[in-house]
Structure formats: C-alpha cells, structure tokens
Design a protein. Sequence first.
Length: 276
Amino acid sequence: MDAPSLPIGDFKVHVLKDGIYRAPIGDLIHVRGEPARQSAIDAWTSPDFSVDVNCFALDGPGGLWMIDAGAGTAWGPAYGKAPAALRDAGFSATDVSAVLLTHIHGDHALGLFEGEKARYPNARLLIPRGDLAYYGDSAILEATPKENRSSFRTVAKLREIYGTRIEVFEAGPVLPGISAIDLPGHTPGHTGFLIHGGRENLLVWGDVVHLDTLQLADPAVGFDYDRDPELALRSRRHALESAVGENWLVAGSHITGVHRVKRHGDGFAFTGERDA
Ligand SMILES: [Zn+2]
C-alpha cells in the first residue's frame, strides 16, 4: 500500500520514520549560559524528551533518492524502521540510486549499513565535504577522546563499504532540483537540502532543530550534540529566517510533519502543517 507523499515540483517526497530518539532534558544547553539553561530545563515538565528520527525518499525524474538513512540496527530496536517505511511507500532498497547525507551522525548514516554490507547497494553516496574532511582526518581522530570517535568510525566503514561510490559536495546545486545549504555547527559540514518545486520549495534542514517546542521560540536553546553551539545557533537562525523570508516549507530529521515558519515574539513558530 502506498503511503501518502508530498508533491514538490517534479518530486514526490516521502517522510520515512526510522524511529524515536529519547534522551534526558539535561542534554539541553543554552548559548547564553547556565541560568538560561536551567530556566529552560525547569520550564520543561518531564525528565526527558522524545523526538522522531526521520529520513526522506524523493521520487523524481532522476530516479529514487534519499536524504539520510536513519540509524539502522546499530542503535537497538527503537530504530531501523526506514527500510520498512520505504517498502510501504512502494520501493525497495535496490531502487535507491543516490543517498544525500545532511551529516555523518549515527542516526543519519548508520542506516546505510546492513551488517557489513551496503543497505542501498545501487546508491551513490553524497557526503558534505566539511564532514568527510573532519571525520575522515586521522590527525583529528588521534586528538579526539576515544568516547567521541563514533563518527570517525562511521566514515571509515562507509569508505570500506561504499568505496568509490562516495562523492563529496559543497554548497550549491548537488543533484538536479536539489541544492545544498551550508548550516554548520551541529557538525562541521552539517547541510540542509532545498528541494526546488517552482511554486513550492521544501527545505530539509537536518538537525538545525532537535526539539521544536523549545528551539523555535528560543533558538539559543541547543543540545550537547551541537559541536559548536554558537555556530549552530547562527545556522538555526539562518534556516528559520530563510524559511520565513522565502516562504519555504520545512521538514527535519527530528521534527514531525512538514511546516511553514512564521516569526513569533523574539523567536519563531510553525504554521500551516502539510501532510506528507
Ligand atoms: Zn540527528
């Protein structure tokens, strides 16, 4: 049975829910420091929070492409549902001819593996140059504490398994109808993808926002997964302001649904949800 899809120009966009990420609200950080952090945590009435882990299938004239691939089986049974969601949308893994990564973190890239094999055996793999340069650098690896090396391991395994099918890209056109927008901070090369639809454009913004209920109202709220919180804040503001100014639809790895953005007080809010 075909799941509903969102038409954007020549593309049909399917949101593939890979799982649910649950974490302590104490992972929250605040760019303005500890008092602001503590009051944001105090206002949250639960010790933890849950958000979607999404990836996306784009069915278009150039073939079937994906943005991100979910966590696969590496993060336990709460994840790894993207391949079934892809099947429900009417496709198989062998139909995917390109996967674009917003960044190299596990909940976006580990779903590219099926054990020691490629989950998407016919796909080119497009990785932001900034992330491949950073997480593929052996000197940076050596200088990184052992417990923070998972993304370096992911790059090494991607190189082993996807080999010459790996390509890098920078900001600008990346595939016909899709351009990459630099949104660094969460990782060095973190990227959003703008899907050009003519009348309607959709920004798939990766991890610009992890918890929309807090971060739209106060974009200075971050999470300790942001490698450079100040830079992540600038990218968050840039993405939100662009979405307002250009009237883009937005979707993300950790937000539910497809939205437009409006200004609201000192921050932003979602408006006008679209089904996908
Ligand atoms: Zn993520």
